[in-house]
Write a protein that binds this ligand. Structure first.
Ligand code: GTP
Ligand code: MG
Length: 672
């Protein structure tokens, strides 16, 4: 049976060669220089409404006096002007009702079975135990427990309780924090001109030109010397070795992602016949016979009962060229943050589309469907190669017309997201009827008109990205597994840069704790060295187990990652988003960290075609606008400018369960 353990998922795209000639112009905004004609920020005027009501300046809805934000569009009643301290002017950050994101736990499943994302305490306990059983630290008979989701649970609680201060309450600033170094800048080359806003978004997220500035301070000790990789760190040059490919499976809810994944694993021998019979029997007993294959991935009781994936399931298989780490993501809109957690790790993706009439249309709907949001998120994270699997072709009689129509619609949309045609592969298939998965279709209705590659061949044709092995170690932690009896901890995640082996010195940020690597596990197997691109569980020695949490970053002690609370971002506001104002309070997502954020400055609106600032200090940002803005985070997060590290510089802003903006970190601001 495929191992779904966290220690084995792998990720994303840092090595992508974003050499699009497209991203080619200079883009300068003198953020902190003297602003000659800086416009005064205009606070939206509150029109008079009936007594006991206040009228929203943006949507003109008459809200009850007791409302702090507009009931319709979520705009603050009294946004804060200028650089005043937000806290003095606005009520403390509070979600009155839990956001849909509060339901979301850490995005990746870390256990073979047991509930994922269930709020039930006993279920969680069971999950912890099971995770502990899979923990390499357990071998010596320790009583281990996992802190999987430890921080995210805390975050979720904090968010729902409105206690932002409770978020990461146990965190400390780095011990060696403060040689202030000047680096990077708001002035950067980025983005190519484009007619399309979605294109702009992708350009923003994919360009990585060096940013230079003298006014940027980061909480980072200066490195005494340039990082010199040791010989063992560099890649083995075994010609026949399989390359690691982290493949995210995304798409609208119920499009068949888990069924497709389960079927693929079964066909490739990763799920035994016996196990499959068990799934079938159990699924039938619960009246969910059609979900038998999906059950291989949807392991928690809640997922099975609801018939939806809630957290990213991780499985493995080998193709001719790749060792594939499959990341089966949830499609339901409530679990987009979990999907994002999977997408941060993807080198390439399979975008699953339900071909059946009505289902495709619903999934592709601009507001209610997730197809577009998932595609944008993928591109935002730098994923370039996508296999579009048009599934459930059996339901439409393997109709070529239907396939062509879907290809036409989705294809034009993907173009607007700046996916290149040459990086897209279109595969009509049926996961249920096993058509076109690992062999050419046998059903004449499909084979009569389709003679392209099957899904497995398409996966084989995906290029695995170059990895940053020669850079200093960087590993965002998506899970921490603790051994209570010995106080040991294993950090799980994908190495974004560098390499580690047993005995390597490491530092955990933001705590600044230092220790050594005790042992390593990759794809559930003990290993001696892990390099960029690998998905590993690293057992740590000499580290306070309580200082390691999901959202932290493991790094080289001489090259600690920046930790910050004040950032300048370049973002694109997504379609359907509520306006972003000065003082807007949002959820800030970066790698596996999530933090409450307040917009403290709307720096400038940008021309989507040229990237040039068109208006300083806009009073509000609405859908499809791109802009520079500053956010203040409630607690420090590990972050880098995008030019420094793509993995740690891509951000998402969410509100009320929706992704409202995405972009990149252009500057880390050191408050005086
Ligand atoms: P989420 O993870 O919740 O987003 O759903 P999913 O995309 O993983 O879908 P899942 O695999 O759970 O399948 C949803 C339903 O679609 C199940 O009832 C499957 O049996 C059905 N299904 C999946 N693939 C096919 C297919 O090729 N043909 C038909 N007819 N049904 C399919
Ligand atoms: Mg699923």
């Amino acid at each position: 049976m495929p191992r779904k353990g966290l220690s084995n998922f792998d990720d994303y795209d840092d090595g992508f060669d974003d050499d699009d000639d497209a991203y080619d112009y200079d883009y300068d905004i003198d953020i902190d220089g003297p602003e000659e004609e800086e416009e005064e920020v205009v606070v939206p005027k509150e029109e008079t409404a009936k007594q006991g009501l206040w009228r929203c300046a943006i949507c003109t809805y008459d809200n009850d006096e007791s409302m702090f934000v507009c009931d319709i569009c979520g705009v603050l009643r009294h946004p804060v002007a200028g650089n005043q301290s937000i806290n003095k002017n606005t009520a403390p950050f509070k979600f009155d009702a839990p956001s849909p994101d509060d339901l979301v736990t850490n995005g990746l499943t870390s256990t073979k079975s047991g509930p994922k994302g269930s709020g039930d305490a006993s279920m969680r306990q069971k999950e912890k135990q099971e995770s502990a059983e899979n923990n390499p630290l357990k071998k010596g008979g320790d009583s281990s427990e996992t802190s999987s989701r430890g921080r995210h649970d805390k975050l979720d609680n904090s968010f729902s309780k409105g206690g932002a201060g409770g978020i990461k309450s146990g965190k400390r600033l780095p011990k060696e924090k403060t040689d202030m170094s000047n680096e990077t800048s708001s002035s950067s080359k980025y983005m190519e001109s484009s007619e399309r806003l979605t294109g702009t978004m992708n350009k923003m997220s994919l360009t990585g030109e060096t940013e230079k500035s003298s006014d940027i301070m980061t909480i980072r000790p200066k490195s005494k010397s340039k990082h010199k990789p040791e010989e063992w760190m560099l890649l083995d040059k075994e010609p026949d070795a399989l390359s690691q490919l982290n493949l995210a499976i995304v798409g609208h809810v119920d499009s068949g992602k888990s069924t497709l994944s389960g079927r693929l694993l079964h066909l490739l021998g990763r799920i035994s016949q016996k196990q499959m019979h068990k799934y079938e029997k159990e699924a039938k007993l619960q009246g969910k016979g059609s979900f038998a294959y999906a059950w291989a991935l949807d392991e928690s009781a809640e997922e099975r009962e609801r018939g939806i994936t809630m957290t990213v399931a991780v499985a493995y298989f080998n193709s001719k060229r790749h060792h594939v780490v499959l990341l089966d993501s949830p499609g339901h809109k409530d679990f987009v943050p979990n999907m994002i957690a999977g997408a941060t790790q993807a080198d390439a993706a399979i975008l699953v589309i339900d071909a059946s009439v009505g289902a495709f249309e619903a999934g592709f709907d601009n507001l209610k469907g997730q197809t577009r949001e998932h595609a944008r998120v993928l591109r935002g994270f730098g994923v370039e190669q996508v296999i579009v699997a048009v599934n459930k072709m059996d339901i439409v009689g393997y109709s070529k017309e239907r396939f062509d129509l879907i290809k036409q619609h989705v294809g034009s949309f993907l173009q607007t997201c700046r996916f290149k045609d040459s990086s897209l592969t279109w595969i009509p298939l049926s996961a249920m009827e096993n058509q076109n998965l690992v062999a050419a279709p046998s059903d004449n209705r499909l084979s009569s008109w389709y003679n392209g590659p099957c899904l497995l061949d398409a996966v084989d044709s995906v290029k695995s990205p170059d990895r940053d092995v020669s850079k200093p170690l960087l590993m965002p932690i998506c899970d921490a597994v603790r051994s209570t009896s010995q106080g040991q901890v294993s950090a799980c995640g994908k190495l974004e840069a560098g390499a580690v082996r047993s005995g390597s010195k490491i530092m955990v940020m933001p705590s600044g704790d230092q220790g050594t690597v005790r042992s390593l596990e990759r794809d559930s197997q003990a290993c001696t060295i892990a390099r960029a691109g690998d998905n590993v569980a690293i057992a740590l020695q000499g580290i306070d187990a309580n200082q390691v949490m999901a959202g932290d970053v493991l790094c080289h002690p001489d090259f600690p990652v920046s930790v910050a609370t004040h950032l300048e971002l370049m973002v694109l506001v997504l379609e359907g988003a509520t306006p972003i104002l000065l003082g807007s309070q949002l959820e800030f997502h970066v790698h596996h960290a999530k933090e409450a954020a307040t917009v403290v400055k709307l720096v400038a609106m940008l021309d989507p075609k040229t990237g040039q600032p068109t208006k300083k200090s806009p009073r509000c940002l609405t859908a499809k606008q791109s802009a520079m803005l500053e956010v203040s985070l409630q607690n420090p997060v590990c972050v880098e400018t995008f030019s420094e590290s793509r993995a740690l510089g891509r951000v998402f802003l969410r509100s009320s369960g929706r992704t409202v903006a995405m972009g990149k970190v252009t500057r880390i601001i050191q408050d005086s």
